[in-house]
Design a protein around this ligand. Sequence first.
Ligand code: ZN
Length: 215
Amino acid sequence: MVINGDFIKPGNLEVFPGCMFSFKTRRLVDRVRPLQHIPGAGYLFVRPRIDTRTADVRNDPLDYSSWEFVDQDNPEKLLGLIQPIHSYVSIDEAHFFGKGFIRVLERLLLDGKNVGIAGLDLDFRGEPFGPMPEILCMANEVYKGSAVCKYTSCGAPATRTQRLINGKPAHYDSPLVVIEGEAHYEPRCLRHHEVPGKPKIDEDYLEVLFQQNRN
Ligand SMILES: [Zn+2]
């Protein structure tokens, strides 16, 4: 395995979290790009099988026909794809992987792989998505990205993913995973992130606390 200063750091976990349209995949790919020019530095791109949306990344000069797809419910199968030459393992859309993913990640790091992970840190409800909280806790380096809020003329930095069904915000109780096409997604700031049915702070109780503190 090649070790090359800033480009390949054995056992190092780098995470690229963010909402949709925050260029997570692009930033992960850009991280790997210099490795093309380092002799003997192999890399592997992995996605969960649920994510069939590959056209956006195949237009890139790197050879993305080599993306490997792994069953998100059996993440240990990822380990069977790893070859000694792979210095860097890139994993995209990691929020879709099941719980066993964390053990797989630990194994990769213990084996000295430099691992890069991109994924949605928050789901459409604005709540932590799948294994992302644990992944972020394990990270050596975190590069969080943001998009631009698409709500009318807002334009503020967006950290949330808005799900729209027939132009209307999806209800809190709707399924966690709905692929693009059946739903429309756009980046929103916290102020404009709409989730009908999401539990709210009890305003009456807050008022009671406020009055108590006053006296
Ligand atoms: Zn906004």
